[in-house]
Ligand binder design. Structure first.
Ligand code: SF4
Length: 112
């Protein structure tokens, strides 16, 4: 085996090791991204609108409309801005690129 062949084998081995180290790490962001598309309740826009994944958790002191008999029937799933998705989550025009929970609510709720 000449010197050039040894260098080529070493380079190939190094690249294979590097690739095998990257592949398992590449899976982590995919797993973490599973919830990444959902609205973060702590995001300033969500807080400003009182958005909660569970409408029962809405602060009715700040958003009294949710405590009225009519308000208690309001959920993202029956809001005009809700775009039904899967697993009880869907899109919302207020939060582009994010999903809200069908059983959620925010102060921008609009009758459909
Ligand atoms: S606008 Fe409607 S669908 Fe969007 S978060 Fe508020 S209540 Fe839910």
């Amino acid at each position: 085996m000449n010197h050039q062949t040894k260098v080529a084998r070493r380079t190939l081995l190094r690249k294979a090791l590097a690739a095998s180290a990257v592949i398992p790490l590449a899976g982590i962001p995919i797993i973490l991204r599973a919830d990444d598309h959902r609205v973060d309740e702590a995001h300033p826009s969500a807080v400003a609108l009182g958005y909660r994944h569970d409408a029962a958790d809405v602060d009715t002191q700040k958003f009294p409309a949710r405590a009225t008999p009519e308000g208690k029937k309001q959920f993202c799933s029956n809001c005009k801005l809700y775009q039904s998705g899967s697993d009880g989550w869907g899109g919302c025009a207020i939060f582009p690129g994010k999903q809200v929970k069908g059983m959620g609510w925010c102060g921008a709720w609009i009758s459909s």
